[in-house]
Ligand binder design. Structure first.
Ligand code: DSN
Length: 419
């Protein structure tokens, strides 16, 4: 790997410098973006491998180009691993990302204009679950459900009511900013009584599900999609799990429905990701993620932050900044200035606009992969609190910046790579 970048250094010093700067940013900062992780070196190797050279369309044994026998072995291996890991009847690992995986699920059994019930974006849902400017909201007729205003958890009674009222063909569950467990069994019952498909997008929590530390929707849902990044902590791509009876519809929705040739190098990295997620080391990591999120949440609450829903069951926290008289935009900016990266995020009933917000989303996956535990979570909470309470004091911010770098560098990242 260092050899390849050695070439880049001479052939394209500008891009080499960009890689170096990004590596230093990742090494010296505290990465708390909930959708990020630090992938194993094998994923970096596979994503940079000669597998990128092979063009293939179709499925193993039924390709549209010659010379695919080796890649057929690789795709079969990845599919088999995904099925075993999640206990699924069928897997398609060709989607280039989570969005294309979701597109393929809709496309597999729905027609443009069909009714779908999805979770509101500003209450934790995702762009591809019906946002008006996204392909989903532009192609299908979405209705949305949200959270109970008191508990700030999914209001299942309203899901049930809306399902009976609108009679959607599909109910979509899963979220990009929801810190609590989802009752898939209950949603499956609601979907069944409305004669709707249940589709669950587990992109954020797939690693925790794979490791068995939180419940799986696979036994209850008709379709499940995910990315292999985030808590699965691997390749940057997507995949679909479904019941066998939908296998043909899903496969043809992916190809030729929405994709042409696939990315063999990332598919191989996905196959590695599924294999690695079966190991004891991965299970230990996933358990620690949940413990770290709880520890960070408790420490932030002790320091006067309010957590949406009062806590977390997964890898992320949604922090309401109104008790600190800060907007999400301001806190994101000032945290970034000291080397802590989070993203501003709407909170339920947010009075601010989406580009301002009253909250931030905080995830612990990347820092857990680096090896951090409960005591480091408390240090991070202390640093975040100092930033919130002194966000206009350059001296304090300078001290925090030094403390961030010192904490980050106690946990080395990709030692020997790119150096
Ligand atoms: N959906 C975006 C997120 O949750 O950050 C990107 O994966």
């Amino acid at each position: 790997m260092s050899d390849r970048l050695e070439r880049l250094k001479h052939s394209d010093p500008v891009l080499y410098d960009i890689c170096q700067r990004e590596l230093q940013r990742q090494r010296k900062g505290l990465e708390l973006i909930a959708s990020e992780s630090f992938v194993p070196a094998e994923v970096l190797e596979l994503q940079g491998s000669v597998l990128t050279n092979k063009t293939a369309e179709g499925y193993p044994g039924k390709r549209y180009h010659a010379g695919c026998a080796v890649m057929d072995d690789m795709e079969r291996l990845g599919v088999e691993r995904a099925k075993v890991l999640f206990g699924a009847e069928h897997a398609n690992i060709q989607p280039l990302g989570g969005s294309s995986a979701n597109q393929a699920v809709y496309f597999s059994v729905l027609q443009p204009g069909d009714r779908i019930l999805g979770m509101k974006l500003d209450q934790g849902g995702h762009l591809t679950h019906g946002y008006s400017m996204n392909f989903s909201g532009r192609t299908y007729t979405f209705f949305d459900y949200g959270l109970d205003p008191v508990t700030e958890t999914i209001d299942y009674e309203s899901v049930e009511r809306l399902a009976q009222l609108h009679r959607p063909k599909m109910i979509v569950a899963g979220a990009s900013a929801y810190p609590r467990l989802i009752d898939y069994e209950r949603l499956a019952g609601i979907a069944k009584s409305a004669d709707a498909y249940l589709f669950v997008d587990i992109a954020h929590i797939a690693g925790l599900i794979a490791a068995g530390v939180i419940p799986s929707p696979v036994p209850h849902a008709d379709f499940v999609t995910s990315t292999t990044t985030k808590t699965l902590a691997g390749a940057r791509g997507g995949f679909i799990l479904c019941r066998e009876k939908y296998a043909k519809a899903v496969d043809s929705a992916v190809f030729p429905g929405i994709q042409g040739s696939m990315h063999m190098h990332t598919m191989a990295a996905k196959a590695f990701t599924f294999g690695y997620a079966m190991t004891d080391a991965f299970k230990t990591y996933a358990k620690q993620v949940v413990e770290n999120a709880a520890a960070l949440g408790e420490a932030l609450e002790e320091k006067g932050f309010r957590l949406v829903s009062g806590g977390t069951d997964n890898h992320l926290l949604l922090v309401d900044l109104r008790t600190k008289k800060l907007t999400g935009k301001r806190f994101e900016q000032v945290l970034e200035s000291v080397g802590i990266t989070v993203n501003k995020n709407m909170i339920p009933q947010d009075p601010e606009k989406p580009m301002v917000t009253s909250g931030v989303r905080v995830g612990v996956t990347a820092m857990t992969i680096k090896g951090m535990g409960g005591s480091e979570m408390r240090e991070i909470a202390e640093l975040m609190t100092r930033v919130a309470d002194h966000h206009e004091n350059p001296e304090v911010l300078n001290e925090v910046s030094q403390a961030v770098e010192a904490l980050a560098e106690r946990f080395p990242l990709y030692e020997g790579f790119l150096d």
